[in-house]
Design a protein around this ligand. Structure first.
Ligand code: ADP
Length: 242
């Protein structure tokens, strides 16, 4: 579903991704861990077409994202949903409208169908009773759950999660992670997550990739990475965050 081949990204003289190769099979959940600044978010931004690589190719569902004509990029973009650290909801719209806006305007879904789907998603994220509120009337955890519902409303094949609990008060983290665990269990969406929540990573991941300085230094099943890491760098990182 996702394939990066020999991807290099530089900012000025700083090589942020260094000749990187990896792929994620359809329906799998892969988590990127590693120290701050090691390039994890840059990968999500490449997949979201917010950045372009300097070298290498990125493909999604068999279609090349770089280099590609603008129309192809737009089509691929529709297959990918993303949830950010900051929830980025539309402040002037109700919860319901936040979720229905893109399906109606981008996918051409009817308003009724979009609302029906939005209500199903709100039930899934436990926010049925908040449908007519505005984002400012919700807690950060509730807003993030709306953001998750909004991403799913576009029926993406791929869900990118960028440190989605980092901006939340500690007591609100578990509710958001529970929703994501549920999505990982009950859907066939391919998930690529950047997270500092190691227990969550252990629970949902098929594979964990450990990054350092723009390279993958170790990859494997979560049991392996968390229980028997091979690299000193991975051990050091895990002992600092666990
Ligand atoms: P991580 O997600 O692992 O913390 P990032 O992918 O956010 O790491 O960042 C990798 C490196 O790229 C960092 O050193 C960061 O400062 C740098 N970087 C990210 N975006 C930009 C940018 N737009 N301009 C310059 N440097 C950037």
């Amino acid at each position: 579903m996702i394939r990066l081949e020999r991807v290099t990204k530089r900012f000025g003289h700083h090589t942020v991704l260094d000749n990187l190769d990896f792929s994620v099979d359809a329906g799998k959940h892969v988590t990127l861990i590693g120290p701050s600044g090691s390039g994890k978010t840059t990968i999500l931004r490449l997949l979201m077409t917010l950045l372009k690589p300097d070298e290498g190719t990125v493909t999604v569902d068999g279609d090349q994202l770089y280099p590609a004509p603008e129309k192809q990029v737009r089509e691929i973009r529709k297959k990918i949903g993303m949830v950010f650290q900051q929830f980025n909801l539309f402040p002037n719209m109700t919860v319901l409208r936040n979720i229905t806006e893109a399906p109606v305007t981008v996918l051409g879904m009817s308003k009724d169908e979009a609302e029906e789907r939005a209500r199903e998603l709100l039930e899934m994220v436990g926010l049925t009773e908040h449908v007519d509120k505005h984002p400012a009337q919700l807690s950060g955890g509730q807003q993030q759950r709306v953001a998750i519902a909004r991403a799913l409303a576009m029926r993406p094949q791929v869900l990118l999660l960028d440190e989605v609990t980092s901006a939340l008060d500690p007591e609100l983290v578990a509710g958001v992670l529970d929703v994501l665990r549920d999505i990982a269990r009950s859907t066939d969406i391919t998930m690529l997550c950047v997270t500092h929540e190691m227990n969550f990573a252990r629970d949902i991941s098929d594979r964990v990739l450990m990054f350092d300085s723009g390279r993958i230094i170790e990859a494997g099943a979560p049991e392996k990475i968390f229980s028997e890491p091979e690299h000193d760098r991975t051990r050091e990182f895990l002992s600092a965050v666990l």
